[in-house]
Design a protein around this ligand. Structure first.
Ligand SMILES: CC(=O)SCCNC(=O)CCNC(=O)[C@H](O)C(C)(C)COP(=O)(O)OP(=O)(O)OC[C@H]1O[C@@H](n2cnc3c(N)ncnc32)[C@H](O)[C@@H]1OP(=O)(O)O
Ligand SMILES: O=C([O-])CC(=O)C(=O)O
Length: 372
């Protein structure tokens, strides 16, 4: 049997959503660099779900559809209030809340194309409301109702802080959402596809995906990057801290990638944003510490930063709590998960690989009373 550890290099599906070829990332054929510079997140969600860019009126209608679907049921708010909030990680809260939300969807187990699309709209629209509500509830504050006149990025920041964000913050957050929206068969997307390929429902698919994103080798890395930056604390401390980690063969969070070997094309955008935002907030040290880490890790190991590395100092500069970094990734990646779930349903076959057995050979069963 051929085994590829961690399924490295294995092509496990065909997809027309996003591609990584020669270290270039495209969504439906559009270069990520063009989308990052120009597109609204809602436009990218439409692109991923419809495989074409929306026309002007279509985008307006789609933005309206998402905004109208943003409120969450009162039962879910009460449910979030019932968590022992100070102890619960927001990704665990999100995983539970999204699953809980499915209980209130009359179409949860309706499998028509239309019902599945409607669920996708509801999930994409409501995920920022859930993350923001949880963040406020755990601080003893009431959730802020979503507004219909704000775009997706602005609405999330508004619901989080209770005040309208400035244009710089909205543009930066929108760009971060665009950059994280989809990434071919990454671990969480693959998880979603495996789940729904059993013909399980959309809510089950995204709940599984959130669970996979949570781990620090995947989406959970962005929170760990910020933890590392805080531990380092100053540019002078970078050298001893990183060299010690490398000497101990520890991984540096936010570096390395299974597919990109010569660099993640998303990282340069986040690096630029990090430089700008850390200066604007009067805390350039987070950018300076980050670039110093990058210079050591690339010189010593030739491993470049991934999407999670500079996103940490970007989100920190936007005043976002560090344990919300991965839920924010989930808000964006929800669009990709849903695109892949809908694509999987379109041309479904159960996903069931094989394992090469490496355990003991034939054994003789010994009755319990004779085992000593
Ligand atoms: C959105 C995302 O999911 S992006 C990835 C986010 N995850 C992280 O940032 C966590 C840190 N990075 C990693 O753990 C890895 O690079 C992964 C999980 C992303 C990719 O892993 P793999 O493709 O399995 O690479 P693997 O772990 O085999 O690494 C290959 C070699 O590079 C080294 N390496 C890889 N990443 C790192 C790192 N971040 N720091 C130090 N060394 C590293 C490994 O130790 C290994 O070295 P060796 O051959 O001497 O044993
Ligand atoms: O593709 C991967 O393995 C991880 C990643 O960068 C992402 O999910 O954005």
């Amino acid at each position: 049997m051929n085994t590829a550890r961690g399924l490295e290099g294995v092509v496990a599906a065909t997809s027309s959503i996003s591609s990584i070829i020669d270290d270039k990332l495209t969504y439906v054929g559009y270069d990520i660099d063009d989308l990052a510079e120009n597109a609204l997140f809602e436009e990218v969600v439409f692109l991923l779900w419809h495989r074409r860019l929306p026309k002007k009126q279509e985008l307006e209608d789609f933005k309206k559809l998402l905004a109208e679907n943003a409120p969450i049921p009162k039962e879910l708010i009460d449910h979030l209030k019932s968590y022992p909030n100070q102890k619960v990680h927001p990704m665990a809260a999100l995983r539970t809340a999204v699953s809980f939300l499915g209980l209130f969807d009359d179409e949860a187990d309706v499998f028509t194309k239309e019902a599945n699309y409607n669920k996708a709209v509801r999930l994409q629209a409501k995920i920022p409301t859930i993350v923001a509500a949880f963040s406020r509830i755990r601080k003893g504050l009431e959730p802020v109702e979503p507004r219909k006149d704000l775009n997706f990025a602005a609405n999330f920041l508004y619901m989080l802080n209770g005040e309208e964000p400035d244009q710089v913050a909205v543009e930066a957050f929108n760009k971060a959402l665009v950059l994280h929206a989809d990434h071919e068969l990454n671990a969480s997307t693959f998880t979603a596809r495996v789940c729904v390929a059993t013909l399980s429902d959309v809510y089950s698919g995204v709940t599984s995906a959130i669970s996979a994103l949570k781990g620090p080798l995947h989406g959970g890395a962005n929170e760990q990057v910020m933890k590392m930056l805080m531990e380092i604390g100053s540019v002078e401390n970078v050298e001893p801290y990183i060299r010690k980690k490398l000497a101990n063969k520890e991984k540096i969070m936010g570096f390395g990638h299974r597919v990109y070997r010569n660099g993640d094309p998303r990282a340069k955008h986040l690096k630029k944003m990090s430089e700008k935002l850390t200066k604007l907030t009067g805390e350039p040290k987070w950018y300076d510490i980050s670039t110093k880490i990058e210079s050591i890790v690339t010189a010593e190991k030739n491993i470049p930063p991934n999407v999670d590395f500079y996103s940490a100092s970007v989100y920190h500069s936007l005043g976002i709590e560090h344990d919300l970094f991965t839920p924010i990734f989930a808000i964006s990646r929800m669009s990709g998960w849903l695109a892949h779930i809908l694509e999987q349903y379109e041309n479904n076959r159960l996903i069931r690989p094989r394992a090469e057995y490496v355990g003991p050979g034939k054994q003789t069963y010994v009755k319990l009373e004779d085992r000593g």
